[in-house]
Design a protein around this ligand. Structure first.
Ligand code: ADP
Length: 324
């Protein structure tokens, strides 16, 4: 089937580079004579009929902007079959014949259900700062989030050194330690605490004291936030109460979600947006754009509907070796 009209939405958490993907989808579609309708605020906006026609100028001057011009949301109703059936009626009523979804594994499950239940053509583009989707080595936004955290920690390191202090720096990653690991390696952190790891305070204290004994006057400990942001304060209290060690806490928080995308994110998002449209034209769906062995290509959507901790063991080993 050759499509004349496609819909495009962002769903789940926002990530820098989503706008680059939106731009690439819209421009590739228009290049091939396909009409694009933008759907605001994800699946929730779809159910409310929040549609906006996209043209060449609606995606002008957005390549450098973080967030998403279409906005995004979480939509509990989408978990229910009857709302997805209603969504298909709404899409068909608009004349929309296929849907491109930019989001994480949750959003891809939502897209997969549209295909499974209604054979509605869908293509996914992975966008999340956590780089935690199965079947792809990369998700749009990760590089920018890592770069933002690195720049912040480099600044904190200046103070840590000047005042001979230990810092617990908490980075984002509710379900994934990918940001913590990469940032930890790139900032030369003395320790990295993963999100699902029970903290071994004794070892942490030994590591800090071993560093001090060999003349180190500052330490950076990168902490993945885990299920609840702020766990660094608990670690700080234990270090103080049980080991008489002073540590300062810096929680980087949402600054990691925004900001101008890096060249990596811009380029990969542009490739993915372009390929997503091409995949629909070629009749290949339900699919998802992925990075495998460093190359952007298409894969079955089914392969990208779970969470995955990419390169966890390999990066963990690297971090441990370099931080002795
Ligand atoms: P992400 O896409 O970033 O992983 P979420 O997990 O919050 O973010 O999912 C975004 C939205 O996708 C949810 O609010 C919901 O509307 C939809 N969704 C998530 N999981 C499913 C599922 N198993 N079935 C159908 N829709 C889902």
């Amino acid at each position: 089937m050759s499509f004349k009209h496609i819909g495009l939405l962002c769903s789940g958490g926002d990530a820098p580079g989503m706008n680059c993907a939106i731009r690439a989808v819209v421009r590739t579609a228009i290049y091939h004579g396909i009409k694009v309708t933008g759907i605001k605020r994800g699946y929730a906006g779809l159910l409310r009929g929040e549609f906006t026609p996209m043209n060449l100028s609606s995606v002008g001057n957005i390549i450098q902007r973080g967030g998403t011009i279409l906005q995004t949301s979480r939509c509990p109703e989408w978990m229910k079959k009857e709302f997805r059936a209603k969504a298909v009626d709404i899409l068909k009523h608009q004349g929309i014949e296929a849907l491109i979804v930019i989001g994480g594994d949750g959003s891809f499950n939502g897209a997969m259900a549209l295909w499974d239940e209604h054979q509605f053509p869908v293509v996914g583009i992975p966008g999340t700062i956590d780089n935690d989707i199965s079947g792809t080595e990369y998700t749009i936004g990760f590089d920018t989030a890592v770069q933002t955290a690195i720049e912040a920690i480099d600044k904190i390191r200046d103070t840590a050194h000047s005042h001979a202090r230990t810092f617990l720096v908490e980075v984002m990653g509710r379900n994934s330690s990918a940001i913590a690991l990469k940032v930890g390696v790139c900032t030369g952190a003395e320790n990295i605490l993963l999100n699902n790891e029970k903290v071994n305070h004794q070892k942490l204290s030994d590591d800090i004291q071993r560093g001090m004994a060999r003349g180190k006057d500052s330490s950076i400990i990168v902490v993945a936030e885990g299920p609840t942001a702020g766990r660094s304060y608990d670690i700080q209290n234990v270090l103080k109460d049980m080991y008489h060690l002073e540590a300062h806490v810096a929680i980087l928080g949402h600054i990691q979600r925004g900001g101008s995308p890096t060249s990596n994110d811009r380029f990969i998002a542009s490739q993915m947006g372009n390929m997503a449209v091409q995949s629909l034209i070629d009749g290949k769906y339900p699919t998802v754009t992925v990075v495998r062995s460093g190359k952007v290509l298409m894969a079955p959507l089914m392969e990208c509907t779970k969470k995955a901790d990419n390169n966890l063991e390999e990066f963990q080993k690297l971090a441990e070796t370099l931080s002795i």
